[in-house]
Design a protein around this ligand. Sequence first.
Ligand code: GLY
Length: 317
Amino acid sequence: MAWGAIATWRMAHEGVEQALRLLAENEQAGNAVEVLIKTVEDYPYYKSVGYGGLPNAAGILEMDAAYMDGDSFKIGAVAGIQDVKNPISVAKKLSEEKFNSFRVGDGASAYAMLEGFERKNMLTRRAHRIWEKRLEEIRVHNLNPYDGHDTVGAITLDKKGSMAVGTSSSGLFMKEPGRVGDSPLSGSGFYVDSEIGGAAATGLGEDLMKGCLSYEIVRLMGEGFSPQAACDKAVYGFHEKLTRRYGKAGAFSLIAMNNKGEWGVATNVEFTFSVGNAQNEPQIFLANKGENQTTIIEPITKEWLEAYEKRIKAPID
Ligand code: GLY
């Protein structure tokens, strides 16, 4: 039986390893995707997700997350949630609700408290210091304030053929209070149908939601496209259309897996991801946009990984 997991960015690799171990032991896709994303949310050096995530322009960390079950289409999502340890778990719990399953702001945080989720100050000293420095840079150099929006998006397939998808993000660095990106939006940030496959996005939410690319990729896989062909067609087709009609396209990258455990990615920026399945150990790859609506995918190098490790842990003066 096929099974597998794929997730956005190098930051998700340890979570993918954990999810694959669970899936090999017959764990459900939904639980595996939750564990995968919690691993990223809990790591303090990832500054775009969960604990250690960067705050908004007012210095407040507002997080977005979503969960979808590919068997039943159940969806739960939170946006602008604060001071909760694992937004993905709140989203998963919300997916069990028939009504009120997408909560924002205080309503989301209150639901989490009522349901017994762990309260935690998610803003680390390091993230606060990065925010202070950025404010100063913007003031002195008159920079565009917006920078960084790396979401963890993940898709899992279990041995019974069930699929699930989850996302979690602290959103665009320096976003205005109340701004919500694509990550909690069905069709834009994520989509999954166990009879076909799933997709998830990372990148500039404002542009991703113009194309509903996660749904589009699943729709194309349903028409018979392989995950790679579906990603290439949806992502590069939309990149071109948006550039022509809106004048520019922000950075975005999409991942997909079908219900046979085959996978694909497409991106308009340098993009890393981690993937494994029944046949292949989890591995980190580097993807770039190629010629004629194709994607160049190569294994990550040791040098790249070492430089990354240094970069994320570099002291903040
Ligand atoms: N993709 C994350 C965001 O734009 O908030």
